[in-house]
Design a protein around this ligand. Structure first.
Ligand SMILES: Nc1nc2c(ncn2[C@@H]2O[C@H](COP(=O)(O)OP(=O)(O)OP(=O)(O)O)[C@@H](O)[C@H]2O)c(=O)[nH]1
Ligand SMILES: [Mg+2]
Length: 251
């Protein structure tokens, strides 16, 4: 737990994991190379490859590393809902970074994100602004991701070029204003859903360019079902908005 009031110790990096044993230890090391005071929370879904055990062993030596071990695979979105809820319960944290475990979101961008926290409420690691991009993606993946972004952006009318990037930094106030128990996406459409509720509270967004590299180790968990769910979820958010904002300030 953070013990002092300096900015670094108020940062909580949240990483959702399912079968990331080949990545998690290195990722934690790389994050702590940037700053050993960052707190890191891993939300693991009882990964059969022992990811949770690796994190538990690190925690025994380094108590800035935390583990939320869940019973089974409950989904990407639900992992972040639990992670944010855990972090918000500790008033010492005021800056919440979400990232993947597979190095597609390289920790080298964390400092650039934190530099923007005085100017913006939500900072997004973006593949679709100048300087950003993807590496080692096939043409299908490129088209899918590009179209998904345009689709989400138009339907949700969010002033963000990369609506499906999971590499983000949120300030506490924005998350506190969302009733996380009312978020209905357990899977990847969580990214669009929470972005929509950020937008509805007049959030200031800032994007910083990132190069998204395909994972070297481990397997992707995204599948066709998740993509189909996101296609339907996005317009549903506009048509049947749930009261997930605590102070409802529609925009
Ligand atoms: N706790 C938890 N984590 C998950 C779940 N599904 C995916 N993750 C994690 O969420 C992050 C993103 O998942 P990936 O499979 O890398 O998805 P992606 O980055 O969109 O797809 P790829 O580019 O193909 O890797 C990774 O750290 C996964 O381990 C889940 O059900 N529960
Ligand atoms: Mg990935």
């Amino acid at each position: 737990m953070p013990t002092s009031n300096n900015k670094e110790s108020r940062v909580l990096v949240i990483i959702a994991t399912y079968n990331e044993a080949e990545n998690i230890e290195n990722l934690i090391l790389e994050i702590h190379k940037i700053n050993p005071r960052f707190n890191i929370l891993v939300v693991d879904d009882n990964s059969p490859d022992g990811t949770g055990k690796i994190v538990m062993d690190i925690y025994k030596k380094d108590q800035t590393v935390h583990l939320l071990q869940r019973k089974g695979k409950l989904g990407y979105g639900s992992a972040f809902i639990e992670g944010f809820t855990w972090g918000l319960a500790n008033k010492s944290f005021d800056c919440f970074i979400s990232m993947d475990a597979d190095f597609s979101h390289h920790p080298c961008h964390i400092s650039q994100m934190l530099e923007q926290t005085d100017n913006a409420d939500v900072i997004i690691g973006s593949r679709y602004i100048k300087g950003g991009g993807t590496r080692n993606w096939g043409i299908h993946r490129k088209i899918l991701s590009f179209c998904a972004n345009i689709y989400s952006r138009l339907i949700l009318s969010v002033p963000v070029n990369d609506c499906t990037s999971g590499y983000r930094c949120y300030n506490r106030r924005v998350l506190e204003n969302i009733n996380l128990t009312k978020i209905t996406s357990n899977g990847y459409s969580f990214l669009e859903e929470i972005l929509y509720y950020c937008k509805r509270q007049n959030t200031v967004f800032k994007e910083i360019p990132i190069i998204f590299k395909n994972r070297k180790y481990g397997k992707s968990k995204i599948n066709k079902n998740e993509i189909i769910k996101a296609i339907f979820k996005t317009p549903a958010l506009r048509l049947f908005p749930k009261k997930a904002l605590k102070k409802n300030k529609p925009n």
